[in-house]
Ligand binder design. Structure first.
Ligand code: ZN
Length: 356
């Protein structure tokens, strides 16, 4: 798979944040996706023994370069920017932290975080934090997680490095432990460059629970062999009869995400899709060896929508969850709670799959 070729849709559609910004003003109440002010952490003194340490000055150049609302830049564009501004890759991703931060949506904390990374293909991926008003904090998405899901949705199989506006929390350090390339990634923040081994030594990792010589880790292609149950196929036929092509499309995309989802610990793959405006956005469940930093399927689908410029949750018309029938891990109840808070107008359907 071409790492830069999106799994679901064209790259051109992933550059609409400017349009989103224009629509934000029209959103109101708890349904809106609020964006907070950008808070920069206080500079701290760090060991600059890492190569090409990014500086505060480099970071401020981000406002000059800008991302123009894009969450992904292909490798050739990354090379163009490096040449144009005379920057190394480390300096470029550090310079883009500030524009990445402006795309965050933190209505609870107003603390915006930006993350900018380079994948194994050379493509650049952006992440920002998402919070959900009136819901428990564990529903939040951190910028580093957003970046990882963004890369996953574009078929990227490894991350070389990422620059972050704040020190990565323990949650994200654990989440990145799921990657096959975990030991080679560089984290750039506060002027230093660090390995995951430095940031989270003696960590609990996939090999503590899995035979990692045979199980593909996060970002590597997954192949969960599942198919719709008879009951779900009947529901699909009913939607087709009713002319609900959008529901059918959402169900099929959620099934694809379920098949691609990363659930090696529970064996319970899942995927979700939301219908918002004229678009269908989908994402898959991602587990962690430590369980708690897992990414829920709805959040993964919301990341997909944010990348495409979804202005606010009041646009969401429907959501479809696809999960394993009788699985030890189920998302139906939890996803219903989140949807009822952020998009109460949305129709919510759960379809089930069984192993083939
Ligand atoms: Zn974090």
């Amino acid at each position: 798979m071409n790492p830069v070729a999106p799994v679901h849709r064209s790259l051109a559609s992933h550059s609409l944040a400017a349009r989103r910004c224009g629509h934000l003003a029209s959103c109101s109440g708890s349904d809106s996706i609020s964006r907070g002010g950008v808070h920069h952490p206080h500079p701290v003194t760090v060991d600059l023994s890492g190569a090409s340490p990014p500086t505060q000055e480099t970071q401020t150049q981000g406002s000059r370069i800008g991302l123009e609302g894009k969450f992904v830049l292909p490798p050739h564009r990354v090379e163009q920017l490096k040449d144009e501004y005379g920057m190394t890759a480390d300096e470029l991703i550090t310079a883009l932290i500030t524009p990445a931060s402006t795309m965050a949506r933190p209505p609870i904390s107003s603390f915006s975080v930006g993350a900018v990374g380079i994948g194994g293909s050379g493509a650049l991926y952006v992440g920002c934090n998402l919070e959900f008003a009136h819901l428990p904090l564990y529903n939040s998405v951190h910028a580093e997680q957003f970046l990882l899901v963004n890369a996953l949705h574009h078929g990227e199989e490894s991350i070389q490095k990422l620059a972050i506006s704040a020190a990565p929390c323990g949650h994200c350090r654990q989440f990145f432990s799921e990657l096959d390339c975990a030991d080679s990634i560089k984290f750039l923040f506060f002027g230093g460059s660090y390995s995951l081994g430095q940031l989270l030594p003696m960590r609990f990792k996939p090999s503590d629970l899995l035979d990692t010589s045979t199980v593909p880790l996060l970002l590597k292609p997954q192949d969960n062999r599942v198919a719709f149950t008879e009951g779900s196929l009947a529901q699909l036929r009913a939607w087709e009869h009713e002319g609900r092509g959008d529901f059918v499309k959402a169900a099929k995309e959620a099934l694809d995400e379920c098949r691609r989802s990363y659930a090696p610990y529970s064996g319970c793959p899942a995927g979700a899709a939301i219908v918002a405006g004229e678009g269908v956005y989908a994402g898959g469940y991602i587990e962690s060896a430590a369980y708690n930093p897992s990414m829920l399927p709805l959040q993964s689908a919301i990341i997909d929508a944010v990348i495409d410029g979804m202005p606010c949750y009041s646009n969401v018309k429907a959501a479809v969850l696809v999960e394993l029938e009788g699985g030890a891990v189920r998302h139906h109840e939890a996803m219903g709670v989140v949807l009822s808070a952020i998009a109460p107008q949305a129709a919510f359907h759960t379809l089930t799959v069984q192993r083939m």
